[in-house]
Design a protein around this ligand. Structure first.
Ligand code: PBG
Length: 337
C-alpha cells in the first residue's frame, strides 16, 4: 500500500526535513544567509561629449551613453537611491585617439571633465575612475603597442599620468583595468608623491580575457578598432591558482580593494579570493552578462527583474563586498520600494 511504503522508505530521514524552514515566507526570511542592499551596488556609466545628449548602445539594450550634464543628473539619482559609488567610462571620439593614447593624461579630457562636474554637483557619491589605454588609444588595446606587442613598463608610465589627472579632477578611487604587471605599485607611489595619499586603488586584479566584454567595447567605441585579442595580458579563463597570485601581488603593491571580472561565470574565483584574502572584494557583472539577461528576458526566456535580483544576490553569496552592475540604479530603487 502507498501509505505504508512512504512511511517505511522515509524512515532514514529520522526527522531531518530541510524543507521545514522553507515552508513560509517569514521563515525563509529568518534563515536567509545573505542579503542584497543598496550599499552593495556600484553603477558603471558611459560618458560622451555634448549637451543633453544620450545615445543608445545596440548590444546593451536599456543602457545609454550620457553627456556630462545627464551624467550629473544620473549621479544625483544614484545618490538618492543609496548607491555608494559610480564607475565612469568615457567614449573618446576617434579623432582624439592616438597610438600613444595621449588623451589619457590630458587634464581636460572627457573623463576628467565628467569627474569634476559630478564631484562638484554630487560630492557625496564615490567616483571610480577606470585607468587603461583602450579608452584613448587608436588600436583599442589596454597598453602601448610596439611591433604587435603590448608593452608593460612603458604603458605604466602613461597610466600613472592618467591616474594623476583623474585624481586631480576628483576621482576617489583609481581602478586600473589593464592587467600590466606592477601598475598598482607605480600608481600608489605617484599618488602619494603628488598629495593624493587619500585616493584609493581598486585593482582589477583577476581580470580574464573574456568574450563577455563585447557590448562594453561598443559602448566606449573600441570594438571596431580592436585588432586581435587581449590574451597576452588578461588572464586565461581556464586558470584559478593564477588569479590568487594576481590578487596577492596587487594587495602587496598597495591595492585597497580588488576586483574579479567577469562576474557570474567566475564566482568560484570570488569565493577563493574571499577565503584567502582579507580585503574588500568586488566583482563586475560585465556588459555581456547584462546583455544576456536583457536579451533572454526580452525573448521571454525568464522574468527580467527576477534574473536581476537572483544574479546580484549570487554575487553576495559568493563572498563579494559589492558588485559593479549596469542594473545598479534599477536594483537600488527596487530595494528601496
Ligand atoms: C577596459 C575595460 C573593459 C571593461 C572594463 N574596463 C573592457 C576590456 O578589457 O576589453 C569591461 C566591462 C564590461 O564589459 O562591462 N580596460
Amino acid at each position: 500500500m502507498a501509505a505504508d511504503w512512504a512511511k517505511h522508505d522515509m524512515a532514514f530521514l529520522d526527522g531531518r526535513r530541510l524543507r521545514r524552514p522553507r515552508a513560509a515566507a517569514w521563515s525563509r526570511a529568518m534563515v536567509r544567509e545573505t542579503s542584497l542592499s543598496t550599499a552593495d551596488l556600484i553603477w558603471p556609466i558611459f560618458v560622451i561629449d555634448g549637451q543633453n545628449e544620450r545615445t543608445a548602445i545596440k548590444t546593451m539594450p536599456g543602457v545609454e551613453r550620457l553627456s556630462i550634464d545627464l551624467a550629473v543628473a544620473a549621479a544625483k539619482a544614484a545618490r538618492d537611491a543609496g548607491i555608494p559609488a559610480m564607475a565612469l567610462f568615457p567614449n573618446t571620439p576617434g579623432h582624439m585617439r592616438s597610438e600613444g593614447g595621449e588623451e589619457a593624461f590630458n587634464p581636460g579630457n572627457l573623463m576628467c571633465r565628467a569627474l569634476a562636474a559630478i564631484k562638484s554637483a554630487v560630492p557625496d557619491i564615490g567616483l571610480i575612475a577606470d585607468v587603461a589605454l583602450d579608452e584613448y588609444s587608436s588600436d583599442g588595446q589596454d597598453g602601448l603597442v610596439r611591433d604587435g606587442h603590448v608593452l608593460n613598463d612603458e604603458t605604466i608610465a602613461v597610466m600613472v599620468q592618467s591616474a594623476l589627472v583623474q585624481a586631480k579632477a576628483g576621482a576617489d578611487i583609481i581602478a586600473p583595468s589593464d592587467m600590466m604587471d606592477g601598475r598598482v605599485f607605480a600608481i600608489r607611489q605617484a599618488l602619494d608623491q603628488s598629495g593624493f595619499d587619500h585616493v584609493q586603488i581598486m585593482s582589477y586584479a583577476a581580470k580574464y580575457a573574456s568574450c563577455f566584454y563585447g557590448p562594453f567595447r561598443e559602448a566606449v567605441g573600441t570594438g571596431a578598432r580592436l585588432k586581435g585579442d587581449k590574451r597576452t595580458y588578461q588572464m586565461d579563463f581556464a586558470n584559478s591558482d593564477e588569479a590568487m597570485r594576481e590578487i596577492a601581488q596587487d594587495i602587496d603593491e598597495g591595492a585597497d580593494s580588488i576586483m574579479v571580472k567577469p562576474g557570474l561565470p567566475y564566482l568560484d574565483i570570488v569565493r577563493r579570493a574571499k577565503d584567502n584574502f582579507n580585503v574588500p572584494i568586488y566583482a563586475y557583472q560585465v556588459s555581456g552578462e547584462y546583455a544576456m539577461i536583457e536579451f533572454a528576458s526580452a525573448a521571454g526566456s525568464f522574468d527580467r527583474q527576477a534574473a536581476m535580483v537572483e544574479s546580484l544576490t549570487a554575487f553576495k553569496r559568493a563572498g563579494c563586498d559589492g558588485v559593479l552592475s549596469y542594473f545598479a540604479l534599477e536594483a537600488a530603487r527596487l530595494l528601496n520600494e
